[in-house]
Design a protein around this ligand. Sequence first.
Ligand code: PRP
Ligand code: URA
Length: 209
Amino acid sequence: MENVFIMDHPLIQHKITMLRDENTGTNEFRKIVEEIGELMAYEALRDLPTEMVEVTTPIEKCMAPVISGKKLAIIPVLRAGLGFVNSILALVPSAKVGHIGLYRDPETHEPHDYYCKLPENIDERIAIVVDPMLATGGSACAAVDFIKKKGGKSIKFMCLIAAPEGLERLHREHPDVQIYIGCLDRCLNENAYICPGLGDAGDRIFGTK
Ligand code: PRP
Ligand code: URA
C-alpha cells in the first residue's frame, strides 16, 4: 500500500512485545513508549528535505547537508499521543508542538473533540500526528481532518499498533497521509479494542483506570 510503512525492525518489535505484557507497569511502559517513539520517528523523518550549506572543517571548506525549509509540527492526539512527544523533540528540538484532544465515546466509539491548538503557519510545516493506537481510525481521521481544515498539507501519522480496520479507513479517507505503524495487529473486538493489542494506551501510560 502506497504511503503505508510497517516497521519490521527487531528492536521495535521486541519493545512492542514488552508493552503488550500486562505485567509491564506504568513507569516502564512510559519509558518504552518513548524509546519506540524515537526509533520510529527516525524512520518517519527519513524523507525530511535537506539543503547544502558551506561548512569549514579543521581541514577545508566543503558543502554539507542540513535539514531545510519546512519546519516540523508534532501533534499528539490526547492523551496517549503525549507519550511520543519527547521522543521526537529529542531528535528535532526545534519542532513546535500542537495538541488535539479527542476521546472515544465508550458506546458508539465515535471520537469527540475537547481541545485543539496547532502551531502557527501549519500550512508551511510538516505535521506529524502521533497516537499509539489506530483502532477504528475515527480519532486519526478526525485529527487529520482538523489539521487539513486549518491548512495543513503535508501530514504524517505515527502509531505503535494498528488494526486493519483503522488502517484501511485512514488510508481510504486520507491517501496522501504517510502512515507509520509499529505493528499491524489482527482485528478489533466488540468494544473496538485492538486484538491482541496492549489494552488502553492512555491508562497504561498515565496509570489511570
Ligand atoms: C485511544 C487512543 C486513540 C483512540 C484510538 O484514545 O489513544 O486516540 O483511542 O481509537 P480509534 O481509532 O477507534 O478512534 P481514547 O479515546 O481512549 O482517549 P485517551 O487517550 O484519553 O484515553
Ligand atoms: N484505544 C486504546 O487505547 N486501545 C485500543 O485497543 C483501542 C483504542
